[in-house]
Write a protein that binds this ligand. Structure first.
Ligand code: F6P
Length: 321
């Protein structure tokens, strides 16, 4: 392997930059020329590729986002588009590609692998919904950001004896809601596995208030309720407690990557280069029980998510006690 390219795809995530840096530097150390593909699969298709040989990647180690940009590019499902994208790599003599992204990006990586491009995928999404790794790149930072913001919300809710309904991201995966709920002592955690109606939330808020709780935090995963402000109104009506609804939105996706994030991203980036230098392809990197491991992308896409219903109930019980 003489030349390797890297791209970031889908929703950006803090930690993508330290992962890119690790791939670039480790490739250089192994005498492989690294290339940057700008704007994900879209940029690959359009040939937005340049050598990273003379680019200072060190300065991005502590920056959120992705300095090579990201895009959602449904057109990549078209075989003709993929063929043209492959030709962009062939033109530059690039043998291998590292893709950092979520499950949609994994599908694209698998298809490129099947077309003969040596492809390795790294889990890059704040959602923690790639099951071939205990942690996705971006999850730890997003979790810390959510916790910091909920702590702030708690301050003002406490001063005004109010309840807050806080919606967090996760794209169907409840981990951000669940673990931020445990870490902030949220009185109610609602995820896809443990859905309750706004009326039921109202009843719990009332009960918690009667038990002497001054402020109440309710954390809900996105896409469960149509409108978080409507939920707040129902909760206020049933509980009699002043209630505000808020969605944390994209502030969860930005920010300086945490220590754990930088370390895990660098480890996974280095593993990708190691496997590519051995001629491997079609693999997804992850960290499982502390070890950096590789799983065939096709298998990685099929691993079911651990059911967290019991855990959610347990954390709700703890926080409501
Ligand atoms: O997958 C990451 C994510 O932030 C999800 O949590 C969220 O549902 C989605 O992306 C938002 O996408 P966009 O930035 O395109 O609105």
């Amino acid at each position: 392997i003489k030349k390797i390219a890297i791209l970031t795809s889908g929703g950006d995530a803090p930690g993508m930059n330290p992962a890119i840096r690790a791939v670039v530097k480790d490739a250089l150390a192994k005498n492989i020329e690294p290339f940057l593909v700008y704007e994900g699969y879209k940029g690959l298709h359009e040939g937005k590729i340049e050598s990273a040989k003379n680019i200072n990647v060190d300065k991005y180690i502590n920056r959120g986002g992705t300095f090579i940009f990201s895009a959602r590019y449904p057109a990549f499902k078209d075989p003709a588009v993929r063929q043209e994208a492959k030709e962009q790599l062939d033109k530059l003599g690039i043998d291998a590609l590292v893709v950092i992204g979520g499950d949609g990006s994994y599908h694209g990586a698998q298809l490129l692998h099947e077309m003969g491009v040596k492809t390795i995928a790294l889990p890059g999404t704040i959602d923690n919904d790639i099951t071939s790794s205990d942690f996705t790149i971006g999850y730890d930072t997003a979790l810390n950001t959510i916790i910091e913001n909920i702590d702030r919300i708690r301050d003002t809710m406490e001063s005004h004896s109010r309840a807050a309904i806080v919606e967090v991201m996760g794209h169907g995966c409840g981990d951000l809601a669940l673990y931020s709920g445990l870490a902030t002592g949220a009185e109610v955690i609602v995820t896809n596995e443990c859905k309750i109606s706004p009326e039921e939330i109202g009843r719990i808020v009332k009960e918690q208030t009667e038990k002497g709780k001054n402020s109440i935090i309710v954390i809900v995963s996105e896409h469960i309720y149509e409108n978080i402000h409507d939920v707040a109104k129902i909760v206020e009506k049933i509980s009699g407690k002043g209630t505000r609804g808020m969605a944390l939105e994209h502030l969860q996706r930005g920010g300086i990557p945490t220590a754990a994030e930088r370390i895990n991203s660098a480890r996974m980036g280095m593993k990708a280069v190691e496997l590519i230098s051995e001629g491997k392809s079609g693999l997804a990197i992850g960290i499982i029980k502390g070890a950096t491991v590789a799983t065939p992308i096709l298998e990685a896409l099929k691993i079911p998510r651990t059911d967290r219903t019991e855990k959610t109930k347990k954390f709700n019980k703890l926080n409501q006690a």
